[in-house]
Design a protein around this ligand. Structure first.
Ligand code: DX5
Ligand code: ZN
Length: 220
């Protein structure tokens, strides 16, 4: 197994929404590699968060990678708007529709890197035929929709399987994990092959004075 550099993605879903710009600047300064932006539509997942206009207004707050996680269905009609808002990576869920290959093409056509996410109940084989086209695979380690949930242990086996698939592909594909990530679960995900660690509560929960320490602890 060859695991590249570990990156920490700060999920602003757990930030103070009355100070979103300030929060993004703070986690940027505290060492986050990605700003992870969770878009929820109240249909694909049972919660609503924010959309492209909020992301666009945050773009001036950080030059870090904007890692946009779309928990929406349908996906394709909104890709251009998220690309125009400043997304660097757009990740869609394989469960969001039948035409995931077309979605990846549309994301790339919009000038972004393309990711696919797998819910805890979805087998890793769902992304295997698409490995030649993907830049990122996101293994959800909780059911999507909410921050602050407990890490689901069985997802570690999926992380290891996706790492094998990536290594077999010979391509540089990020393996991201999202949900219930803290220093302890992060270390186990990295041991299983993950290299991008999304964390919301574990970073933002302790307040701005702790952001740098929490990010460093998650990085390991
Ligand atoms: C959940 C989101 C996550 C969420 C993670 O659907 O995709 O990015 O913010 O939150 P924590 O780190 O609190 O589990
Ligand atoms: Zn997310």
């Amino acid at each position: 197994m060859s695991t590249p550099n570990i990156k920490v993605a700060a999920s602003v879903l757990a930030a103070r929404f009355d100070k979103l710009g300030e929060e993004v600047r703070a986690v940027d300064k505290a060492g986050a590699d990605h700003i992870h932006l969770d878009v929820m539509d109240g249909h694909f997942v049972p919660n609503i968060s924010f959309g492209a206009s909020v992301i666009k207004s945050l773009r001036s707050c950080s030059d870090k990678i904007f890692d946009v996680h779309l928990m929406i269905a349908p996906v394709d009609p909104f890709i251009e708007a998220f690309a125009a808002a400043g997304a660097d990576i757009i990740t869609a869920h394989v469960e969001a529709g039948p035409h995931t290959h077309r979605t990846i093409q549309a994301i790339k056509h919009a000038g972004c890197k393309a990711g696919l996410a797998l819910n805890p109940g979805t087998p890793v084989e769902a992304v295997e035929p698409l490995m030649d086209d993907l830049d990122l695979v996101l293994v959800m380690t909780v059911n999507p929709g909410f921050g602050g949930q407990s890490f689901i242990e069985s997802t570690l086996r999926k992380v290891a399987k996706v790492r094998e698939m990536i290594d077999r592909s010979g391509r540089e594909i990020d393996l991201e994990v999202d949900g219930g990530i803290n220093p302890s679960t992060a270390a186990r995900c990295v041991a299983a092959g993950a290299n991008v660690l999304v964390a919301g509560t574990a970073i933002f929960g302790g307040g701005p004075q702790r952001y740098a320490a929490e990010i460093a602890a998650i990085r390991g």
